[in-house]
Design a protein around this ligand. Structure first.
Ligand code: BTN
Length: 260
């Protein structure tokens, strides 16, 4: 479908809207494995994603019709597998910029790529790469953003948040999707052109709990530390009582200290 809402070159120009699907990431993967000819920048969005997947085998819950749940197909063959976190940074920065325009102060990216408003998670992403030999053949950027959902079910209350809870008004989903696609395209093209200097600095500038002392859980123990860096490979550096420590994904857990 040719798309006029989007002023992009390619991201979102082929927009496939589904009323219901298990997971937009799975749907895109199935299309790719059936060798469907999909242009780069194809976006699959769903009103109702009933088996949304999150990081670390978790589930992503979104009330049907109220939120953005979508996946973007990219083909970053120019990116070495070892550099794939650069794309995470680029997409995180892009999502941050698009949403910051609406909500202002209080927005951060929690390492590695959750979108937070104060201490509530309002968005997340699941980036899945399809590797062929030594290069990335396709990349599925799955994004869930809580937009017009006012309430969250037990267990997520006080943890998840939404734009509605911040703004107390509805936001047009397609217009917001167009903004996000436009920012992602700009960040992606910079990365592709090798002109993404400042990518890591931008990421650090809006990083959740950057340079502040906070509590974390590591190997079942509570430790105190201050995040001081995230490398281009995505490793988190933290100053702790026993010196500078570096953590890989899943090696450290954030602890929520204050409830909203
Ligand atoms: C997380 O923070 O755990 C990542 C959440 C990613 C959710 C999105 S919603 C669209 C896409 N399809 C999925 O099944 N997951 C991602």
């Amino acid at each position: 479908m040719q798309n006029n809402t989007f002023s992009t070159l390619f991201v979102g120009q082929n927009l496939i809207k589904l009323s219901a699907v298990d997971s937009t990431n799975n749907f895109l993967k199935r299309m790719l494995s059936n060798s469907e000819p999909l242009p780069e920048g194809t976006v699959i969005m769903a009103d109702n994603q009933f088996e949304g997947r999150g990081q670390q085998e978790s589930r992503w819950h979104a009330e049907p019709g109220k939120n953005l749940t979508f996946s973007i197909l990219l083909r970053p063959a120019f990116l070495a597998i070892a550099d794939q976190f650069l794309l995470n940074m680029a997409v995180s920065n892009a999502l941050y910029i698009a949403v910051k325009d609406l909500v202002g102060e209080g927005l951060t990216v929690k390492w590695p790529n959750d979108l937070y408003f104060n201490d509530n998670k309002i968005g997340g992403m699941l980036i899945e790469n399809i590797i062929s030999g030594s290069s990335i053949r396709a990349c599925i950027v799955g994004i869930g953003l809580n937009v017009n959902q006012a309430h969250f079910k037990d267990g997520l209350e006080g943890i998840a948040g939404s734009l509605w809870q911040i703004l107390h008004r509805d936001v047009n989903l397609i217009e917001l999707l167009a903004q996000i696609c436009s920012q992602i395209e700009a960040a992606y093209l910079k990365l592709k052109a090798g002109t993404a200097a400042g990518l890591r600095e931008t990421y650090l500038n809006h990083l959740y709990q950057y340079n502040v002392m906070a509590a974390y859980r590591q190997n079942g123990e509570i430790i105190e530390g201050k995040i001081v860096d995230v490398s281009e490979k995505g490793l988190l550096s933290m100053e702790t009582r026993i010196g500078l420590q570096t953590y890989n994904f899943k090696e450290i857990e954030f602890i929520k200290t204050h409830k909203k």
